[in-house]
Design a protein around this ligand. Structure first.
Ligand code: FES
Ligand SMILES: [Fe+2]
Length: 395
């Protein structure tokens, strides 16, 4: 018989649903690194100054080479490891702020001021260099790790997984980019949470009536039926509720009360696209691409694409309303930043954080987690099986 004073052994704590640390660590993130991630807006990367970014905990410096092409290098000087992003760009080359070593777009050292004026091969050829007793040439000093880059639709992307030929899919296209009837603008937001929690927030309808009450959706005590389709690395949620409305700017987009078509789309591993369409002539699309900085730190590049149903020249209307739409979306995103901070505070407070529970409304979250977990574990085999389900929840 058991002594009543014996303390029953504690059941092992369940594993966290989401391993934020591993997901944001370049050496442990498995196949999550085998995708293009947004590094910056094209307009943020000038030919005058370097830009510092962090991907999966790894510091990277970005600059434009002599042809204006984006370059991404390890942000650590080969000499004494100073952060190169604190340096300067001139003629498409990057100079370290500490002793002035200069790197070209391939990451090679091309100039070392302390080697004197004959180092560059300008006044001395290789034999002359040796005859002069100079031991070291800049090109002998090695090369910084370089990451592939790509520029498209107003965004600069970086590939952290080695050769970008291995990318698991092409860089994501910004919805309606370059289409004259649509206006598109970007918002860049630092969010205090990891990628999984952020994509779940961006795909999550039940939170809108709490976090964005009055701004976006009001509590309506109504049942929301939807279909969740998981296939080929994406989760598509189609809401079957044509009379659903969004408050705030909703009336501006839908003055004649057209039925609303609402879909939420997750594209593995880090992208969401939310579409609100009213008929053929009006729409509001929010596309978020999330770049992991660290376990609870991300940069989110949000493209807002919209089209208004008025008969005036569309570009004119879209342009005139941009400050208002931008102000509105900034308010909504700020509310999400705040709630992601609140989630993070709970999550990181002692053991047991990251063990989630849920209802039918969270089923799409488990689909997202299934894809991300599979990629975290290396992304081998066919991955989570295709699946389609009907769900319903109340807002
Ligand atoms: S640390 Fe960069 S030049 Fe010395
Ligand atoms: Fe939100």
């Amino acid at each position: 018989m058991r002594n009543p004073r014996d303390v029953p052994p504690l059941a092992p704590a369940p594993a966290p649903t989401v391993d934020l640390d591993a997901e944001a660590d370049l050496t442990r993130c498995g196949a999550l690194k085998d995708y293009w991630y947004v590094a910056c807006l094209s307009t943020e990367l000038t030919s005058r100054a370097p830009l510092a970014r962090t991907f999966f905990g790894t510091n990277v410096v970005l600059f434009r080479d002599e042809h204006g092409r984006p370059v991404a290098l390890r942000d650590r000087c080969l000499h004494r490891n100073a952060r190169l992003s604190a340096g300067a760009v001139f003629d498409g080359r990057l100079g370290c702020p500490y002793h002035g070593w200069v790197y070209d777009g391939s990451g090679a050292v091309v100039e070392v001021p302390s080697l004197g004026p004959s180092q560059c091969g300008e006044s001395l050829d290789a034999r002359g260099h040796a005859r002069a007793g100079l031991q070291v040439r800049p090109c002998d000093l090695g090369r910084l790790q370089r990451f592939d880059t790509l520029e498209q639709d107003g965004l600069v992307f970086v590939f952290m997984g080695g050769d970008s030929q291995r990318a698991r899919r092409p860089a994501f296209r910004v919805p309606f980019w370059g289409q004259p009837e649509w206006s598109v603008y970007f918002m860049v937001t630092r969010f205090p949470n990891g990628v999984t929690n952020l994509v779940e927030n961006f795909m999550d309808v039940p939170h809108t009536v709490f976090v964005h009450e009055g701004w976006f959706r009001n509590t309506a005590r109504k049942r929301v039926p939807a279909t969740v389709k998981r296939s080929e690395g994406s989760v598509l949620v189609t809401y079957k509720q044509e009379q659903d409305t969004v408050s705030g700017l909703g009336r501006l987009f839908n003055p004649s009360g057209m039925p609303m078509v609402h879909t939420d789309h997750y594209v593995a591993p880090n992208i969401t696209r939310v579409d609100y369409l009213w008929g053929e002539r009006s729409g509001f699309v929010i596309n978020s691409q999330i770049t992991p900085i660290g376990p609870t730190d991300s940069l989110v590049y949000t493209a807002i694409s919209y089209r208004l149903p008025y008969d005036l020249p569309r570009s004119l209307v879209g342009h005139a309303l941009k400050p208002l739409v931008r102000w509105y979306t900034t308010q909504v995103i700020t509310q999400d930043v705040e709630i992601m901070k609140v989630q993070r505070e709970g999550l990181l407070n002692g053991p047991g954080g990251g063990v989630f529970s849920g209802t039918e409304a969270d089923l799409l979250h488990s689909d997202i987690e299934a894809y991300r977990r599979w990629l975290l574990e290396g992304g081998h085999g066919p991955g989570p099986a295709d699946e389609e389900r009907d769900i319903a929840f109340w807002i």
